[in-house]
Design a protein around this ligand. Structure first.
Ligand code: PLP
Length: 390
């Protein structure tokens, strides 16, 4: 391994949302933060070197993305995702959540309906509501600790006001890496009803080895023409602070409408350091990423075996991708408020309450395992100690 993922780095006082808001969010800076999706690992050395080199230049005027930036994205999509894209399809945005909002502004009118598959990443619902649209839930089916899409329910929910389906691929928080067959069935329904698929694939590089991610738009030309794919190097390489993401739109008409929206909002080129970070990450970060995935898999296996042996009241929904693990805590017999109180005040962990992702998540907690194994072990021991007192 080129990087020692066991290294514990002090992140306090670094303007970190994950670490420097503990007092505000949990009322206690001694909880172990295992919430927001960012990792406690340093980025690949190549990124640091590229930033230092650009920093040493000393002039930081207006920046543009350019060919080197686009080529890095094109090659990454081809090599890691077997997806052939063209440079002009790529539109820069300062984040995927901002992009979702721009998409909603560009392609919906107030009162239109947008479908999401709950429990799902909570800013989806917020963005839909903030843009005057109605959230239509197509909840996932939960059986035997796994989740599936409910396409029968999806067809029933569609009306002539339904404009967009926001797909979470891979799915946060349940960790499903949707199969090509599942995505094809979903895509066919959306095509049939003229619903645009917005595929948030921000976690698409973080896939455990026995699984295979399929980019929704790569399935067929028809799907490519009826979709917008949201990507970023931010989760993959732990560079969310650079606010650099790329929205890929093969359809000319959709891309032109999206570009007008960006222009109206004066969203221009990427931050100069985000640009350097992306190029270094995509051109030279593949080995680091493979090592990271191995380490995360080690963390996941450690968590699963610890919980199975020592905390049987909690069940793990085993993720196929992402470093977010969805814990079924129904065996604790607590409502969501009691559970939050229990995990924060007694266990002293800062997790994400399942209810944030929709009412279907009420009995769950989401834990971020992208931390050194020693931190994860300490967290699990804290849970074990308190759960066994119940
Ligand atoms: C599914 C999903 N989309 C988007 C984001 C955030 O994207 P950004 O920081 O680029 O707005 C996250 C972060 O956790 C996420 O899990």
């Amino acid at each position: 391994m080129s990087y020692d993922f066991n290294k514990v780095v002090d992140r306090f006082n670094t303007k970190s949302v994950k670490w420097d808001l503990l007092e505000e969010i949990y009322g206690d800076k001694d909880v172990i933060p295992m919430w927001v999706a960012d990792m406690d690992f340093e980025v690949p050395e190549e990124i640091i070197r590229a930033i230092k080199k650009r920093l040493n230049h000393g002039i930081f005027g207006y920046s543009l993305s350019g060919k080197e930036y686009n080529d890095a994205i094109i090659n990454w999509m081809k090599q890691r995702h077997q997806w052939n894209i063209q440079g002009e399809w790529i539109k820069f945005t300062p984040g995927v959540v901002p992009a979702l909002n721009f998409i909603l502004r560009a392609f919906t009118k107030p009162g239109d309906q947008v479908i999401i598959q709950t429990p799902v990443y909570h800013p989806f619902a917020r963005s839909i509501k903030n843009n005057g649209c109605t959230v239509v839930k197509n909840p996932l089916k939960y059986e035997n600790l796994t989740y599936k899409m409910d396409l029968e329910d999806l067809e029933k929910k569609i009306t002539n006001r339904t404009k967009i389906l926001i797909l979470c691929n891979p799915h946060n928080p349940v960790g499903r890496v949707w199969s090509k067959e599942e995505l094809t069935a979903l895509g066919e329904i959306c095509l049939k009803h003229g619903i645009l698929v917005v595929s948030d694939e921000i976690h698409f590089d973080l896939i455990y080895k026995e699984n295979k991610h399929t980019v929704f738009a790569s399935i067929s030309e028809e799907f490519a023409q009826n979709s917008i794919t949201c990507t970023a190097p931010s989760k993959t390489f732990n560079i969310a602070g650079f606010q650099t993401s790329n929205i890929i739109i093969p359809n000319d008409k959709l891309r032109n409408l999206f570009s007008i929206e960006l222009e109206n909002l004066a969203i221009n080129g990427p931050n100069i350091f985000g640009c350097e970070a992306l190029i270094a990450a995509y051109n030279s970060g593949a080995q680091w990423l493979d090592d990271l995935i191995d380490y995360l898999k080690g963390n996941l296996d450690f968590l699963i075996s610890f919980i199975e042996k020592r905390i049987p009241k909690i069940k793990v929904v085993k993720p196929q991708g992402t470093y977010l693990v969805w814990l079924d805590c129904s065996g604790l017999n607590m409502n969501s408020e009691e559970m939050r109180e229990f995990f924060v005040k007694k266990v002293k962990l800062g997790l994400d309450d399942g209810i944030m992702f929709g009412e279907e998540g009420e009995k769950f907690q989401r834990v971020n395992i992208a931390c050194p194994r020693s931190t994860l072990k300490e967290a699990l021991e804290r849970i074990e100690k308190e759960v066994n007192k119940l």
